[in-house]
Design a binder for this molecule. Sequence first.
Ligand SMILES: NC(=O)c1ccc[n+]([C@@H]2O[C@H](COP(=O)([O-])OP(=O)(O)OC[C@H]3O[C@@H](n4cnc5c(N)ncnc54)[C@H](O)[C@@H]3O)[C@@H](O)[C@H]2O)c1
Length: 538
Amino acid sequence: MRRLALDDHRNIILAGFMGTGKTTVGRRLAKRLGRTFLDTDRIIEERQGRTISEIFQSEGEEYFRALEKELCEEIVQQGNAVVATGGGLFLDRDNRRTMSRSGIILRLACTPEAALERIGSGRNRPKVADDPTARVKQLLAEREPMYASLPFQIDTTGCALDQVVDDIVHVLSNVGKRLNVIPVSLPDGGGYSIAVGDGILDLVGPMLRNRKFTSRVAVVADENVAKLHADTAMESLRNSGFEPSLCVMPPGEQSKSHEHLLRLYGRFLEIGLDRKGVVVAIGGGVIGDLAGFAAASYMRGVALVHCPTTLLAMVDSSVGGKTGVDLPQGKNLVGAFKQPVFVISDTGTLASLPPREVRMGMAEVIKHTVIDDADLFMRMERESEALKLTPELIRRSVAVKVRVVETDLFEAGRREVLNLGHTVGHALEQVSGYRIGHGDAVAIGLVAVARMSAKMELTSPEVSDRIETLLVRYGFPVRHNCDLNAITAAMTADKKTLAGRVRFVLVRDVGTVEPGLQVPQEIIREVLDELRDPGGAA
Ligand SMILES: NC(=O)c1ccc[n+]([C@@H]2O[C@H](COP(=O)([O-])OP(=O)(O)OC[C@H]3O[C@@H](n4cnc5c(N)ncnc54)[C@H](O)[C@@H]3O)[C@@H](O)[C@H]2O)c1
């Protein structure tokens, strides 16, 4: 037997529509790999002593879905299994998250005709039993965006069983072990996967190929990243049969301009990027935002893949779909929401990142722990040294942002919590003429809101002290030396201000925050004054 490059304990989970062969393939795969085989539909039937159709008839679909959900929680505790899942199990966002934590998910796909042939009369398939031909086509079309969001796709149409098993083993051997996948669900039922791992940039070719992209690929990077990391991606794309062209931009925020956007469109035309083309953005938030916006607008939109290479881009800018460019009047004033096909966060690329840039991202990591990961915050407090930038750290931080953006894709509500520390932070950046870097400004902003929260008795002074102590331990300045009037004026002028009122995200506890709150002017000034120090950032 070929040795499987997948950690032994992680489950292999087969997802997909009914009739794609999950049970048959799963059983054979489990036998080949010497693993336990689990079939969620069969387990539920055995436990209930009834068929799925009978459960649907007597208790209804909701009851069945609740049983599926419980079973997912159980399976996550178990490892070393091949799991065939019910066709609707992945419709539930929580199940997608739970199963992603449990192992690697592969989607088995086939044409509606092939599915129909395997389903036959549709007996014990309550969702299609009344009219299999019509219902299969309709359901498959409805569920396709969700299935397409799963990280690996294996087409079983017309394939012999052993061929499908070979294909799966091939995918697992080549990529399985290196990936942690965070699923992102979108309101249309679709979504995409964020793959996090060390040394996974070379998966960009196989992952695009696996999704049946065949056209031209524009790889966009800035000069620094082009020298360091573009070769890996270019080679991976070439090895997977693509014809990639490199589009190099100057480094720095000045590239997020209309001038550079036009240059990029011009380059896309030059290399023959058509409507079926793909833009692969490799780099920090600047390239992600610029190439992302170019992908959103060029020929009314082409596919986008993010390969973030800064900590900030991994945990923040590549997640959530915001793209855009600056105007002379301000940052990010023109943009679009553009969701990628997938994201590859190769933590190995962070080894070449200058320490200053690591700090910029670390401010966002700490911000995320305060928003919604008290456990990670406490780990960071406990460890005597700064946590290493491992895939696990990145995964945890990304997961916080994913949980927030999933509930508010277009920034109409809950997403506001991501501005924690940014109201004061943006003002400090501006007032200092951008001498205070974004990360440092956010760190001071975090301390400011923690103190405001304590003064307003939303949280305890102890919580505020803990946040400040952690930021100091991670090397952030927590004092400023800027003019108080200038800071408050900049906060009032911020584009996120509503009807002239400054609203803050405040801290209730580590891991719990509340958006949209106003703070009395005297408390704002008191805190900004407390944080003012002649040796502070300015
Ligand atoms: N879209 C969003 O949701 C979102 C969120 C936050 C920030 N942003 C945007 O992100 C931008 C800032 O992103 P950033 O901090 O990543 O800056 P950046 O993209 O300018 O990258 C910082 C520097 O690091 C270099 N670099 C990148 N990867 C490297 C690597 N692996 N090794 C060595 N050098 C490397 C770059 O060449 C650049 O000089 C801002 O424009 C901001 O508006 C967007």
